[in-house]
Design a protein around this ligand. Structure first.
Ligand code: NAP
Ligand code: F7E
Length: 328
């Protein structure tokens, strides 16, 4: 019997990790996820998959745990999604962000190089590397100008992945993913903060939604579409770096307007500015050009921006109404 293709995902408990695990299982993969020990259960997003995946303990801070995970699982493909991914926290914990999000990538690349350099490697690069954008739209050749310790750490992670490809011939690829969201997004990111806030206001649990910069523009897509691109990239004969984006940009205000309108409300009546949510340096506008991804891996997004917003509001309405019924 032939061995199923095997993938190891770091960050499997995160938004993208849970979608990617589902996607790879649907492709017949054996899927293993690396998790760090926590005092409470972190597996909410993968609870429905626990009978179908394997979990190994490890941490991007700990090199020997990475080598052991690779030796034990023997993956054909490694998807490095683990990171400190919330931009505001990167100002509060800049050194730790660098350890996880930047040096963590060197640690796992070293482990791949030593344990099995034939492993195909995916690095979760980010549009935050473009930061104060040098051109619009942003492509694979747009220079980086990151605006947060997170963006700087991702730029390091991106270049060390390119360097290991060029130095050691690893099949290592970077997906430069623009913002992607969905019902599994963490509650602190603006998309989910809005969808959850709208649901709570509609259910009578809150009276207002406090936000920061409503004029920031993002190229927002659906996470389920974006994990497909990760897998497609690792199926190419040659490694590649690709921008993954929808090619459309919207303001935080647009997100609010569509989300509130979906439940018959006006955002102007509920959204208030709280300076606490403004950033020391903002990324004002992002807009990606994913033409190269379309040409090389045939990738295009399927979920539109208004459908994404409505999907998230509907999911939070259901969740909040269940919690309310249970008295929480
Ligand atoms: P997420 O929901 O915040 O998940 C992050 C994952 O990283 C979690 O599973 C977390 O584990 C894990 N992690 C954190 N520190 C770790 C460490 N020291 N060792 C091992 N694992 C660690 O993020 P996401 O939205 O799924 O994003 C996935 C990746 O894509 C991240 O690298 C992110 O920076 C990048 N990215 C995201 C976007 C986006 O719009 N979503 C866009 C571009 C790039 P715990 O559960 O234990 O905390
Ligand atoms: O902010 C503005 C905020 O925190 C989006 C991460 O996945 O995508 C994500 O980073 C915009 C910013 O995501 C609030 O100032 C206004 O301009 O949802 P966010 P992000 O910083 O773009 C990239 C691609 C990643 O790689 C990251 O890992 O929304 N905004 N008011 C707010 N943002 C938050 N969080 N909260 C507010 O109240």
């Amino acid at each position: 019997m032939t061995r199923p293709r095997t993938a190891l995902i770091t960050g499997i408990t995160g938004q993208d990790g849970s979608h990617l695990a589902e996607f790879l299982l649907s492709k017949g993969y054996r899927v293993a996820g690396m998790v760090r020990r926590a005092s409470v259960d972190q597996s909410e997003r993968i609870a429905h998959l626990l009978d179908h995946i394997e979990l190994v303990q490890g941490d991007l801070l700990d090199p020997s745990s990475l080598s052991k995970a690779l030796s034990d699982v023997e993956p054909d493909e490694v998807y490095n999604l683990g990171a400190m991914s919330f931009v505001p926290t990167s100002w509060a914990q800049p050194v730790l962000t660098g350890e996880f999000t930047a040096l963590g990538v060197t640690r796992i690349l070293e482990a791949v190089r030593v344990v099995n350099p034939k492993i195909r490697f995916y690095q979760a690069s980010s549009s935050e590397m473009f930061g104060k954008v040098r051109e619009t739209p942003q492509t694979e050749s747009t220079p980086f100008h990151p605006r947060s310790p997170y963006g700087v750490a991702k730029a390091y992670a991106h270049w060390i992945t390119v360097n290991y490809r060029e130095s050691y011939g690893l099949h290592a690829s970077c997906g430069i993913l623009f913002n992607h969201e969905g019902p599994r997004r963490g509650l602190e990111f603006v998309s989910r903060k809005i969808s959850n806030g709208v649901a709570r206001i509609k259910m009578g649990l809150d009276k207002e939604l406090r936000l920061g910069n409503l004029d920031a523009q993002r190229d927002w897509g659906y996470a389920g579409d974006y994990v497909r691109a990760m897998w497609l990239m690792l199926q190419l004969d040659e490694p590649v770096d690709l921008v993954i984006a929808t090619g459309k940009t919207h303001t935080v205000r647009d997100f609010c307007r569509i989300a509130f309108e979906h439940v018959g409300l006006r955002y102007e009546d509920y959204v208030t500015l709280d300076p606490k949510f403004l950033r020391p340096a903002e990324v004002d506008t992002l807009l990606g050009d994913a033409s190269l991804a379309k040409a090389t891996i045939g990738w295009e997004p399927e979920v539109s921006f208004p459908d994404l917003v409505r999907m998230m509001v509907d999911a939070d309405l259901l969740r909040v109404s269940r919690l309310k019924a249970m008295g929480h």
